[in-house]
Write a protein that binds this ligand. Structure first.
Ligand code: AMP
Ligand code: MG
Length: 338
């Protein structure tokens, strides 16, 4: 079992020597957790099949769930792709670096482990100075699924990574908390109109402003194009129960019901009207801006798990912009209760 080292790097002035050390670990086939603007990723050399296999083992990730390859810039795309559609290129130019993952036709040299045997490969340029420098110095692709135990809430700080993966990976690059807090939007641009496979840090509205209409998948197509999505995702140990925005009555009712069943009740709310209802340390009150909610959601779920609550009541958000990604994560977290 590797000893997990942690190195601290400043986002504004990343130390080149420390990054060089991380590059050496990656070249040697090691596993390096790295910060991005969305969540922390678990990195390995994307063209080293053995290293990629270790990512699946460390996370306990099902092998039919493909990995996103992180690259330094648009110029690296042809290393991994057989062909690139016009709309894909247009979106990459507009939104990279940023929270948009594009699915292209794969090149034959990409290990099957990365693509889970699909004919496609998912690529992204993350918007984080430390990781962009890492990618430039590494001069290749780095796979980067979320650096958590598969199925758990994603990690938005180095501490979350450590709690999940200590002893299973070689290195964690700590550059503080991530800013967006939910994963990238995954868009399949091998078809026209392109298909959203996972809504995330970039909204459907922003994508459509750039290239016109995109589609959302049905369940059957999603399984075919992105088989890994059928697994448990984002779920804390506690059961998650959602209630409508600012619904004071429902909130009170759920608290009472669960307490009557002797359950330890946690909650996460944003609306002012709900702030004073539950006077307990298991009530996490977030600011109401959707950016703040997205940034702190996984942290709050992890925090309540640490306090060993049985259920977490979560106030829903309006399903537009970043709110669509937040509701997607919450619904999936609630799907796997108990
Ligand atoms: P994660 O890295 O854990 O945030 O998850 C990566 C997401 O990207 C999952 O939803 C995968 O199913 C999706 N993904 C990765 N590669 C592909 C691909 N080649 N085709 C479709 N979806 C992909
Ligand atoms: Mg994940």
């Amino acid at each position: 079992m590797p000893t997990t080292k942690i190195i601290q790097l400043s986002t504004e002035h990343p130390d080149a020597d420390k990054i060089q050390y991380a590059v050496e670990v990656l070249h040697a086939g090691g596993l390096v957790a790295f910060p991005t603007e969305t969540v922390y990723g678990l990195g390995a050399d994307a063209l080293n099949a053995g290293a990629v296999q270790k990512v699946f083992e460390a996370k306990g990730r099902p092998s039919d769930n493909p990995l996103i390859v992180h690259i330094a810039s648009l110029e690296n795309v042809q290393q991994f792709t057989a062909s690139v559609s016009e709309k894909g290129l247009q979106l990459a130019r507009r939104f990279w670096p940023g929270p948009l993952t594009l699915v292209f036709q794969r090149k034959i040299n990409v290990p099957d482990g990365v693509t889970a045997g699909l004919e496609t490969v998912a690529l992204r340029v993350p918007d984080h100075p430390v990781t962009l420098e890492l990618l430039r110095q590494f001069n290749g692709g780095i796979v980067g699924p979320s650096a958590n135990v598969s199925g758990k809430p994603s990690p938005t700080s180095a501490e979350h990574v450590y709690n999940d993966l200590n002893g299973k990976i070689d290195l964690i690059i700590d550059a503080g908390s991530t800013t967006i807090g939910v994963e990238s939007t995954v868009l399949d641009v091998t078809v026209d109109p392109p298909v959203i496979l996972r809504i995330g840090g970039l909204s459907r509205e922003d994508i459509e402003k750039e290239i016109g209409e995109v589609r959302v998948t049905n369940a059957e197509e999603l399984l075919r194009r992105s088989p890994g999505t059928r697994h448990r995702h984002y779920a804390p140990n506690a059961s998650v129960i959602l209630f409508p925005p600012a619904d004071e009555e429902k909130f009170r009712q759920f608290i009472q019901q669960n307490k009557a069943q002797q359950k330890k009740v946690g909650s996460i709310t944003y609306s002012k009207v709900l702030a004073g209802i539950e006077q307990s340390s298991f009530h996490v009150i977030l600011e109401s801006s959707i950016e703040h909610v997205a940034r702190n959601l996984f942290r709050a779920l992890r925090e309540l798990d640490r306090q060993e609550v049985d259920v977490i009541l979560v106030e829903s958000v309006e399903e537009k912009g970043l709110g669509a990604a937040v509701m997607d994560r919450l619904r999936k977290a609630a799907l796997h209760n108990g």
